[in-house]
Design a protein around this ligand. Sequence first.
Ligand SMILES: Nc1nc2c(ncn2[C@@H]2O[C@H](COP(=O)(O)OP(=O)(O)O)[C@@H](O)[C@H]2O)c(=O)[nH]1
Ligand SMILES: [Mg+2]
Length: 336
Amino acid sequence: MFKYVYTDSTLRIVLVGHTGAGKSASGNTILADKAFKVECSSNAVTKFGEKKQGKVENKDVLVIDTPGINDTEMTQEKLKSEIGRCIEMCAPGPHALLLVIRFNRFTMEQQAAVKWIQENFGEGALKYTIVLFTGKEELDGKSVEKFISENPCLQKLVKKCGDRYHAFNNNDISSLQVRELFSKIENMMKINHADCYTKEMYKSTHDLIARREKERKEKKNKRDRETEKEKEKAVLWKGVGAVAGALAGTATGAVIGSVAGPYFGGATVVVQVGAKAMTAATAATAGSATLGAGAGGLAGYGRGPKIRQLYNGLHNGVLNLVNDNSAEKEKTDYEM
Ligand SMILES: Nc1nc2c(ncn2[C@@H]2O[C@H](COP(=O)(O)OP(=O)(O)O)[C@@H](O)[C@H]2O)c(=O)[nH]1
Ligand SMILES: [Mg+2]
């Protein structure tokens, strides 16, 4: 099998961006070769990273083409690991990440792709990034600068990338635009002391993302558990309320019954309840006590949260009192 051989002096470039942005076409322009397959439709062609090598401007160049960030046929996990593999393909890593954006098609979808790259490559990647616009000839005489200045999103992005950008017309086979790009890459490399973006940087960004995701999930689980506990406590306090209400209701009902009982037919009327015979007064007392228990229980159940508040207030009040006293005691001890 043919094995790629490249030296330390080989310029390593990775093309990233949205499907249809012109990554493969730009790779071909750079290498002045039909190295990568260019797709007319917006269907993603590159499912796996591909690398091609060539000699450009007397320089050994290695170009890696990557899958489109918005490829819906790939799971996020697969996409992330494939892009990681692309970084590894040019170990120790690329000198330049070319973030490819098609002029006049900087849609919400493309913006989402740019956001994906910023998040997944990490802020550290920006110092190795050059924004590469494609479709330059579609600007109809408008300057690249003017186009950028009219779009706050692009302006922000270019600024983040150290004001590094370049524009390609991939239908233009002259080498001037490639020479200009190389000069921008060389300037960037000088600033970076020929350093490169590494797979470790990519991995640490992903470890960070995974850690944040884990923390987010743990926080959510904790919140869910606390809500569940709160619900259980509320039911418990409703129960406490029901019992307290029933007791209070029984007592109140009994008092009312004993007062009102004699007025129901006098003490001589005997009421038969089950096997027991009782006077109307006793029956009235028992009846209103039972009614009182039911009504009190219901009222207490509804007032469970209020009772809980009352309990918490009393509990906190007592605690404050105890703390105040001990503070007072400490103060006194100290002063003595
Ligand atoms: N007019 C014009 N079309 C371009 C340019 N760059 C790419 N394209 C077209 O855009 C389409 C997608 O290009 P491709 O390189 O396959 O995009 P990729 O999915 O990012 O690899 C193809 O039809 C290309 O011919 C350009 O600079 N000008
Ligand atoms: Mg492609």
